[in-house]
Ligand binder design. Structure first.
Ligand SMILES: Cc1ncc(COP(=O)(O)O)c(C=O)c1O
Length: 382
């Protein structure tokens, strides 16, 4: 779209992308006003009336049973996960819905990653290869163990970490591969598994944004050695703050549990003070968060399907607009989790640069971000 050709109608046709991106996350789109109904033809950034006149309704969406379950926890005074109540119930449900043998709930995605890396005994001298295009917690969990984060660049078409560049970045000190399913769309897991097997390296999936996404016949987070999830409030499944690790490895599951529970294994009585010799801390999920998750899981499959339908629909429509390039999905993708709707703006073809495009959407009250900042230790840059 050329700058001198910015009409209200074609601007909104183009910029509807992020509004519908919000829709993917479960927002209702009914408050978005069709361009035909607008009183003028001027984008809000140029002084017109904002497109979302009624605002966009919020995420998360209550499933109905949250209050009952929270009161049950409150009134029975089973507030700590070691009392085996709602957190244990959620762990069972989440493991089953993902086809994993074990689920260990924690108090955040960050602590899920930290405890998984602790259980895999990452430490000084170890190199962990991960993506530079991620939320900074992926890097922080490596640094928490005084290991060295090594970034392998992303595939620009998909925004996902490039497995060929990962392979090339391996050295004799590489101890772990940590692909991130950024935006909730799958990294190329066939190739990551092949590299992991060939080099005898564990592969931990940062699936913090990837709830119920699928690669071939497996859910994301269940393909590698372990997968880590976040239930922070913006996520597709949330309880405010929380996390979980999925794994099929019995020994690793027990070790991760002990790491997040001050060295104490599952099923100990309150008077049994025997410990595993692991690098441990207390990162337990509280029962109140477990109660909210038990209620929230009721809707997650329905929303996962809705996002997939909407995401594919958007991909089809937006790829028809010159200068908007939706993120590529690899052929092994059965379902993206569509936590974020990701795309590139090609300035020359579209006629606006990325920052102007984003500011124009924000002026219409449509959620939009230019993406994650650099994860190095310099001053904050984009
Ligand atoms: C890719 C990624 N990794 C890790 C995390 C950390 O999760 P949490 O915020 O629950 O600690 C997040 C959360 O936004 C994330 O997006």
């Amino acid at each position: 779209m050329k700058k001198d050709n910015v009409s209200r109608r074609n601007f909104l046709a183009a910029s509807g992308v992020a509004g519908l991106g919000a829709f993917l996350n479960g927002y209702t789109a009914t408050t978005l006003v069709a361009s035909d109904a607008l009183p003028d033809d001027k984008p809000a950034i140029l002084g017109g009336k904002a497109m979302t006149l009624g605002g966009v309704s919020g995420w998360p969406i209550l499933q109905g049973n949250e209050e009952n379950l929270l009161l049950e926890v409150l009134n029975t005074k089973t507030w700590c996960r070691t009392q085996n109540f709602k957190v244990a119930e959620f762990e069972k449900t989440y493991a089953a819905m993902n086809g994993a043998k074990h689920c260990i709930a924690t108090n955040s995605g960050t602590s899920s990653l930290i405890n998984t890396l602790a259980a895999l005994e990452m430490g000084p001298g170890d190199e962990v290869i991960t993506s530079p295009y991620t939320f900074v917690a992926t890097i922080n969990c490596i640094l928490a163990h005084y290991a060295l984060p090594v970034v392998a660049d992303v595939d620009i078409e998909s925004f996902q970490i490039d497995p060929a560049k990962t392979d090339a970045a391996c050295t004799e000190n590489t101890a772990l591969l940590l692909p991130v399913h950024i935006g909730g769309s799958p990294a190329d897991m066939d190739t990551f598994l092949e590299i992991g097997t060939r080099r005898k390296l564990p592969v931990v999936e940062d699936a913090c944004q990837a709830h119920l996404g699928k690669w071939r016949d497996k859910n994301l987070g269940t393909i590698g050695t372990a997968g880590c999830f976040s239930f922070q409030v913006t996520k597709n499944l949330s309880c405010g703050d929380g996390g979980a690790v999925l794994t099929n490895d019995d020994t690793l599951a027990e070790k991760i549990y002990a790491c997040h529970n001050n060295g104490r294994g599952r099923g100990l009585t309150s008077s049994d003070f025997s410990y595993h010799s692991v690098r441990a801390r207390n990162n337990r999920m509280v029962e109140f968060a477990g109660a909210v998750l038990c209620a929230q899981t009721a809707g997650i499959e329905k929303y996962a399907e809705m996002r997939q339908e909407n995401g594919m629909y958007l991909n089809k429509l937006l790829s028809e607009i010159p200068g908007i390039v939706p993120a590529k999905l690899y052929s092994g993708v059965t379902r993206s989790a569509w936590h974020l709707y990701m795309f590139r703006i090609e300035k020359e073809k579209f006629g606006l640069d990325r920052d102007t495009f984003c500011n124009a959407l924000l002026a219409e009250k449509i959620p939009c971000s230019t993406g994650y900042g650099a994860v190095d230790w310099g001053k904050y840059t984009k």
